[in-house]
Ligand binder design. Structure first.
Ligand SMILES: [Zn+2]
Length: 389
């Protein structure tokens, strides 16, 4: 039973035009949001940074030993944060996240982390009861990502439209048994436009939205990747972001960690991208790419009813956990202070890297388990480990 939360990622101010299994991403400036409590239309579009020491102090995290080069590790009895290796990698509680902006040196031996990642990723993960827009979850809108003439990915092992339709049916059954109202964006393998999916989600009462997909890429890439929309960006005109981005991040974590933990699949990380679908939905919204159809072992596994059932149960568990934590009646943790004020960085802000392209993304783990050293994640059984790339 998972009871801890952890959060997602964002892209940077870079022009991107990529597609994931046929889903279009907006081609526009992508910037992660500098954050509450006082972001205004006049707020600078620059990235602001916080010293890692300030984060550690605020959340009462103690330094932890790490033997891995380029890694900083802090934690307490309930949570471990591993920053690095690499400047965009964050691991919370054993699960991988892509940072919106790379970590920076402060020139004095400490690291700096962007305010966006602090407020839109770490804080909702560590303190989900402080998410401003949290509300009861009554309805789960399940979106089988393809249908009709749009078959999605057809690999030698599994067909995306058929798979996501069957997964949606199984998930619906499980969620109804748990007391949720469930809406499928379509049944009978029918094609829908993004606008129809958006209208379906926005017409539901107190909903969350989960779009189900498979991934494709090189034959050696496998794993689960979970996406949310890039947060809003002051100063850059573009389509508004999803207004529930903090809750979306918490939802992404709940689903991602549950799926990775239950299946033993490779952790392909929580990520952000500018899916027009997710940006336009007026509730917490996540796009789950639950495996690579193009990987021989994973594709073959995905095609089995047993694995589909396992995935559906893991997603339902994630929904249940999210619904508990996001409940407005949940007791606030005794941490009344706001996150610390950011500090200006001395040098010009470097443009973050482009949004990831999952089909080509390098999700190679640092060790054969894909886990960072120092992770608090429970070890998996050997049978599952063999399924890794
Ligand atoms: Zn798809």
């Amino acid at each position: 039973m998972m009871n801890k939360f952890h959060l997602p990622i964002a892209g940077g101010p870079v022009r991107v035009a990529i597609a994931i299994c046929g889903l279009s991403l907006l081609s526009a400036a992508v910037t992660a949001q500098t954050a509450p409590p006082a972001a205004t239309a006049e707020a600078p579009a620059e990235v602001r940074y916080l010293p890692l020491e300030q984060l550690r102090s605020f959340y009462k995290l103690m330094p932890r030993q790490s033997s891995e080069p380029g890694v900083r590790c802090v934690g307490n009895a309930g949570t471990t944060l591993v920053l690095g290796p690499g400047r965009r990698e964050l691991n919370i509680g054993g699960y991988r996240w892509q940072l919106s902006y790379p970590l920076k040196d402060d020139g004095k031996g400490d690291w700096l982390i962007s305010e966006v990642d602090m407020v839109k990723l770490i804080d909702p993960v560590l303190r989900p009861t402080y998410i401003a827009e949290r509300r009861l979850v009554r309805t789960v809108v399940i979106d089988p990502g393809h249908g009709g003439y749009d078959t999605g990915i057809d690999s030698a092992f599994v067909h995306e439209a058929d798979f996501t339709m069957q997964l949606a049916y199984t998930l619906r059954e499980l969620l109804v048994k748990r007391g949720f109202a469930v809406v499928l964006t379509h049944e009978q393998n029918r094609h829908l436009s993004d606008q129809q999916r958006i209208e379906c989600a926005n017409g539901a009462d107190a909903a969350i939205f989960i779009s189900l997909h498979l991934n494709s890429g090189r034959s050696d890439i496998q794993g689960i990747e979970t996406y949310t929309a890039v947060p809003d960006s002051p100063g850059i005109p573009r389509r508004p972001a999803n207004k529930h981005d903090a809750a979306s991040a918490a939802l992404a974590f709940a689903l991602h960690s549950s799926m990775v933990n239950a299946t033993g699949a490779h952790d392909g990380a929580c990520r952000r991208a500018r899916f027009s679908l997710l940006n336009s939905i007026e509730c917490p919204a996540v796009l789950a790419l639950v495996g690579y159809a193009t990987h021989k072992e994973e594709g073959t596994r995905l095609a089995t009813p047993e694995y589909r059932e396992q995935l559906a149960t893991a997603i339902a568990d994630g929904v249940s956990n999210f619904a508990v934590v996001i409940n407005p009646d949940a007791v606030l943790e005794p941490t009344p202070e706001l996150p610390p004020e950011p500090v200006a960085t001395p040098e010009p802000v470097a443009a973050p890297e482009p949004a990831p392209q999952p089909a080509k993304a390098d999700a190679k783990p640092k060790n054969k388990t894909g886990r960072k050293k120092g992770s608090s994640k429970k070890p998996r059984d050997n049978k599952r480990r063999r399924n890794r790339r």
